[in-house]
Design a protein. Structure first.
Lengths: 236, 294
């Protein structure tokens, strides 16, 4: 199922955080979102997830409009998200963090099995009974990933998923993303690190001051003079 | 240990568990919704008046008043939430908006009770058989035993709900991070509705139990309960159920023992002095750091 963003705009007071942004994320493909601080990446994710209401434009999942819906309804529609700073429930156990995800009608035993399976996949099974607050930052990111696995969304939005993560944990994360892509999940990856995006993303959109500065294949974006200027400045 | 001291300790335990219950119901709604329910004391008081009507006016046992108060306050809270709950949650500053809104509600409830029952102090008139028990040389009224017994059933039941059921865990999760809960598909508004209604229902039951222990109340007694409730949850740690119970115990013990050693008026003062000390030393409350941990 594709996520289609059309002419999305959002302002906070006089600050135009997003201006006429259009992009699409397709099943089985990863779309990378690049941009310096203040480029509008977080606002874009917040608009998609329902934490911010767009001023104009459309957000469609499989042709169904999502703009302005509450985050829980966006989630139930099939969009999952992680946060740049992981948002775990610190005083619940690692396992309980997964069990608060609403049931989809399965029995408690099946839910428990699915939760354990998700923890095994992200290598947190041995920490199931620890409090989430006791995990390292990287492990908390993997816990968010496990929550995504439980939700089984059609589209996943990752916000700086590898920032500050140990290389071993990065590998676990990247393996899971590869598996998601093989299951035809659409992935949007917001990341500062061009190397990660060049490895994972089929296409990249570069945001700059709320606008789409460049888009296309990693090779095309890498060689786009506008991107080079925005990231490295102009050589006089 | 003198019989006076034993009596003070027994009283402190009885009051502590009731104060704990009062704080527990308040902390559920504050923790889950970040709503400062200034009308919580009036909800408790409404429970006391339910006990008054059920026993004194209708002649039933106070035990009948317990489910009656729960259901009545639960339904009233549902209606109140339908009117204002969603708007308060959506406010830019929910704490300030709810503070002002519930201050208005508290004044309305107090005025309504004044209109219905006049300003005179009311009591619940009932007779348990036997009237009292004699334990270790102390005479303990059966009404107090019943009140404490019900509270001792309710507190663990609430803990079981919060720590062993999925909705309870979701409520605790809402305290920790509402956005993370919403993004996994939990309807936080519906959860808040449950929290608010259950909190009001428990407040009503607490009112019945307090009416058994402190038989006289007026339409203006609500503010005292609100203040006690907030003191208890700040002492224990905002949003912490276990903290509410510990805070209730600490407040009751300081009040009762100071009353014994110094005098009645010093008893109330001692509770607030303890609050100032705890907040000065541990601003997050007794177990604020470990909030909502099992």
């Amino acid at each position: 199922m594709s996520l289609q963003i059309s002419n999305l705009s959002k302002s906070y007071g006089r600050i135009r955080a997003l201006s006429d942004v259009s992009l699409a994320v397709h099943p089985g493909a990863a779309l990378g979102i690049m941009g310096v601080n203040g480029a509008g990446k977080s606002t874009l994710l917040n608009c998609i997830c329902g934490f911010a209401t767009p001023d104009a434009g459309a957000i469609e999942l499989g042709g169904r409009g999502l703009g302005g819906q509450r985050p829980d309804l966006v989630s139930r529609a099939g969009i999952g998200r992680t946060f740049q700073v992981p948002r775990s429930f610190r005083s619940l156990t690692v396992l309980e963090n997964l069990l608060v995800v609403p049931s989809r009608g399965e029995s408690p035993g099946v839910r428990l099995d699915r939760a354990h399976h998700a923890l095994e996949k992200v290598r947190l099974a041995t920490l199931a009974d620890n409090y989430a607050g006791e995990l390292s930052g990287g492990q908390q990111k993997l816990l968010e990933l496990a929550r995504i696995l439980i939700l089984e969304p059609k589209v996943v939005l990752f916000d700086e998923p590898l920032a500050g993560m140990h290389s071993d944990l990065c590998r676990v994360f990247l393996d899971e993303v590869d598996e998601m892509l093989s299951r035809s999940v659409a992935v949007m990856l917001v990341c500062h690190d061009p190397g990660i995006l060049y490895r994972l993303a089929r296409d990249i959109v570069v945001l700059h001051e709320g606008r789409v500065l460049s888009s296309g294949s990693p090779a095309a974006v890498r060689n786009d003079p506008a991107v080079i200027e925005a990231y490295l400045g102009v050589q006089h | 240990m003198t019989s006076l001291m034993t009596g003070a300790i027994v009283n402190a335990v009885a009051l502590g568990i009731l104060y704990g219950l009062l704080g527990l119901s308040l902390t559920i709604v504050y923790g889950a919704m970040r709503i400062a329910n200034l009308a919580h004391g009036e909800m408790v008081l409404a429970g006391s008046y339910v006990a008054y009507v059920v026993t004194t006016k209708l002649g039933y046992s106070p035990v009948v008043a317990i489910p009656t108060a729960f259901v009545l306050l639960f339904v009233l809270a549902l209606a109140l939430f339908a009117v204002a709950g969603r708007r308060l949650l959506a406010a830019r500053d929910p704490e300030m908006a709810s503070f002002l809104f519930f201050y208005g509600v508290s004044l309305m409830v107090a005025s309504g009770l004044l209109f219905l029952f006049d300003a005179d102090a009311r009591s619940v008139i009932f007779q348990f058989q036997p009237l009292s028990y004699r334990v270790l040389g102390l005479v303990i009224p059966k009404a107090r035993v019943v009140a404490v017994g019900v509270a001792l059933l309710l507190v663990p039941a609430l803990f079981l709900f919060l720590y062993r059921t999925t909705p309870g865990k979701a409520l605790r999760a809402a305290v920790m991070n509402r956005d993370a809960l919403r993004i996994v598909g939990v309807d936080v508004e519906r959860l808040s509705l449950v929290a608010f209604s259950v909190s009001a229902g428990i407040a009503g039951v607490t009112g019945v139990l307090l009416a058994l222990v402190f038989p006289a109340f007026t339409p203006f007694s609500g503010l005292d309960y609100t203040i006690t409730g907030f003191v208890v949850i700040v002492l224990g740690g905002l949003g912490s159920p276990l903290g509410a119970v510990l805070g209730g115990m600490l407040f009751a013990f300081s009040e009762q023992l100071t009353t014994l050693w110094i005098g009645q008026s010093a008893g109330v003062l001692a509770g607030f002095l303890i609050l100032v000390l705890v907040v000065a030393i541990r601003p997050a409350g007794l177990i604020g750091q470990a909030e909502w941990k099992s």
